[in-house]
Write a protein that binds this ligand. Structure first.
Ligand SMILES: Nc1ncnc2c1ncn2[C@@H]1O[C@H](COP(=O)(O)OP(=O)(O)OP(=O)(O)O)[C@@H](O)[C@H]1O
Length: 245
């Protein structure tokens, strides 16, 4: 469903390759975890996957739609939860969700069912008519997740989706991610929480200094070191004394 081929991105500000010749493919039914140290290139990759940033080189396709020549078709297939949640503070939660549903032309019955289900799951019913500026960080994150998935997209792209969520909400979102993949869809998410990646993912990619260091199932990443934890592997794969350039 997601194909990334030889993608490179340099920010003109510092003339440094944030992502360097990245190739990856994530199929339907896969829950793909993208891990790497601070500044490794995860958010830059996710911004390119969602069409927010254009790669300098390489190509990205979503279920066969190229992000460069068929951007809108590709973007309609994606539910995107960005890192951080600067929302429309003056809207109420419900106004925000209706705004998202309007953008994606979601039918009244579909939006009602989706909103009711997730408000209940995330225990947000009581706050939904209050202005977003009164929400806690975790409540905003929940609202962003509900809005991002309102059009029932097959591909979920989530940048640090569990940040700020309390343990119950994080658990419920993880269950939703698994359910979505079990239905044949795709989830690509970044995380710093290695235990989450270890438990949840069907495959994992490790990026460091913009370069993909390894990808595969946990067993494949272990390659012989049967007892190695993901933390051990992460430390080995990203241990270059802090600079590899
Ligand atoms: N807007 C920008 N302008 C210039 N450089 C940037 C910009 N955004 C990111 N970078 C640089 O690109 C590199 C990759 O950053 P990116 O945000 O993709 O990393 P990350 O893996 O998401 O990090 P973190 O885990 O800390 O969120 C870093 O060196 C960062 O300083």
């Amino acid at each position: 469903m997601i194909e990334i081929q030889n993608v490179t991105k340099t920010y003109s500000k510092n003339n440094k390759k944030a992502v360097d010749n990245l190739s990856l493919s994530v199929k339907g039914g896969e829950l793909f975890g993208f891990i790497g140290p601070n500044g490794a290139g995860k958010t830059t990759t996710i911004k390119m996957l969602t069409g927010v940033l254009k790669p300098d080189e390489g190509s990205i396709t979503m279920a066969g739609h190229r992000m460069d020549s068929e951007r809108l078709e590709a973007q309609r297939l994606i539910g995107f939860v960005p890192d951080g949640n600067d929302l429309y503070d003056r809207l109420s939660g419900m106004e925000y969700l209706n705004f998202m549903a309007d953008i994606y032309q979601v039918s009244a019955s579909r939006r009602k069912a989706h909103i009711e289900k997730y408000l209940h799951i995330f225990e947000l019913e009581d706050a939904i008519n209050s202005q977003v500026r009164t929400y806690s960080k975790g409540m905003k994150q929940k609202l962003v997740v509900i809005g991002a998935l309102i059009h029932n997209p097959p591909i979920w792209i989530l940048d640090e989706p569990l940040g700020g969520l309390d343990p119950r909400a994080a658990h419920l979102l993880k269950e939703e991610m698994i359910r979505h993949c079990n239905e044949g869809n795709t989830v690509f998410f970044s995380t710093h929480v290695l235990e989450v990646a270890e438990k949840l993912c069907t495959r994992i990619g490790v990026i460091d200094h913009g370069t993909l260091r390894a990808q595969g199932t946990l067993e494949e990443l272990r390659s012989g070191e049967k007892s190695a934890s993901l933390e051990d592997l992460f430390l080995q794969l990203t241990d270059d004394g802090g600079d590899n350039e």
